[in-house]
Design a protein around this ligand. Structure first.
Ligand SMILES: [Zn+2]
Length: 411
């Protein structure tokens, strides 16, 4: 029998063949010919591991190992299998492959769980065909209504329903799932950032999906002629804004905990080469896994703005967006760490700076998530690469965790 790592490498390689852009990364749009090829492969693997396979009205694929308790909720493991155009072979598939290898271990060891183990491969997480993203998980949890689903079209005007029909999928099957049918959801995903590689740690236990807040800041001064206004008579809004922006990084460096701050947009008025700017509008984007950190930054930022509110300069900040950080389930995080320790696999805590299907499920059931390193932090490109050894370690951790969550009776 092939070793776990070799099996994983093989699956990733097979799935990467189902691309509309051979030689130029993975392009696998939902309900495309390549989706159908990958879908058939995934279903075959699920069947080979003794799972009962079905698809829902969104085209999500489920493979289920029944539990001994009648009607008990499932411990679900999985990720998405669509891609962005010219993406990589790991974003999504790493998590799907990990899930079916956990089921394969249950199969090989002939485990009888009390609660069902369910492997899931989700559609349209990237939103590359129908926009918005996270469609498979949002549809399952009722966050995307039947009408909304039906009204979605791709760039050629083909609807979700038509596209599904073309590859033989039945969109009239049930989509929504009762939250009572799920006991937990586990997802492995590539980090898509540089942290784990730099730390040289193969497993990140995700503590939270970061919260996000955005401000629009308006600095007002006084316009004047660039040639005739002496330096000591100026109320230059851009000079003031530049000073403020240059002080922002220091605020989050003091705060720590991976908190980040970005000014990504700046508009200068009147924006003439020979006019002293009288108004500058810029954005501030703050992200952190802990709400307390976000709140501290906001408070300190307002104080900073206050110190610049003088000599004719006025600074006004308006909050435009506030999304709370989502802490993942404490119990599952502990189980994942416990399992890592038992297996002697070093791990570290990490926050997810991006949204994932796991985030959607976190309002629905108990969610746990693992990250593995991304080579050079690259993702959404053909160069995207992760180590199959790291996926194998995640499989082992999920296997131990799933045994506990499904309450396996004997081995
Ligand atoms: Zn992804």
């Amino acid at each position: 029998m092939k070793k776990l790592t070799e099996r994983i490498e093989h699956h990733i390689e097979e799935l990467s063949k189902y691309t509309a852009t051979p030689g130029n990364g993975t392009t696998r749009l939902s309900y495309s010919h390549e989706d159908l090829q990958a879908r058939n492969y995934i279903k075959q693997q699920m069947q080979a591991s003794g799972l009962t396979v079905r698809e829902d009205g969104l085209g999500n694929i489920f493979g289920k190992l029944d539990g001994t308790i009648e009607g008990a909720p499932s411990v679900m493991i999985g990720s998405h299998f669509d891609s962005v155009p010219n993406g990589g072979a790991y974003d999504g598939p790493a998590g799907v492959v990990a899930a079916f290898e956990v089921a394969e271990l249950f199969h090989q060891n002939n485990l009888k769980p009390k609660y069902p183990l369910e492997v899931v491969a989700l559609v349209e997480e990237e939103g590359a065909r129908f926009g918005g993203g996270l469609m498979g998980s949002r549809g399952m949890t009722g966050l995307l209504s039947e009408e909304e689903f039906k009204s979605l079209t791709d760039k050629d005007g083909i609807s979700t329903v038509e596209a599904m029909q073309k590859i033989g999928l039945d969109s009239s099957l049930p989509k929504e799932r009762d939250s009572k049918t799920m006991k937990a959801f586990l997802e492995l995903h590539i980090e898509q950032g540089p942290i784990l590689e730099e730390k040289n740690i193969s497993i990140g236990v995700v503590e939270a999906i970061v919260g996000l807040t955005q401000f629009e800041v308006t600095v007002t001064g006084k316009a004047g002629h660039a040639g005739t206004t002496p330096m000591d008579r100026r109320t230059d809004a851009l000079v003031a804004a530049a000073k403020i922006i240059s002080q922002l990084p220091e605020l989050v460096i003091q705060e720590g905990n991976g908190t980040v701050i970005t000014t990504g947009r700046l508009n200068v008025f009147p924006n003439g080469a020979n006019v002293i700017p009288d108004k500058v509008v810029f954005t501030v984007d703050i992200r952190s896994g802990k709400e307390a950190n976000v709140q501290n930054i906001i408070k300190n930022m307002h104080e900073l703005f206050g110190t610049h509110n003088q000599n004719g300069i006025e600074v006004v900040a308006e909050q435009r967006l506030y999304m709370q950080p989502k802490e993942l389930n404490q119990g599952i995080r502990s189980l994942l760490k416990e399992s890592s320790t038992e297996l002697d696999i070093p791990y570290c805590s990490i926050d997810s700076g991006a949204g994932h299907d796991a985030m959607v499920f976190s309002d629905f059931t108990d969610v746990g998530m693992l990250f593995i390193p991304s080579k050079a932090g690259l993702s959404h490109c053909p160069e995207e690469w992760s180590d199959a050894e790291h996926i194998a370690q995640a499989v082992e951790i999920f296997y131990e965790t799933a045994k506990k969550l499904t309450e396996v009776e004997s081995e």
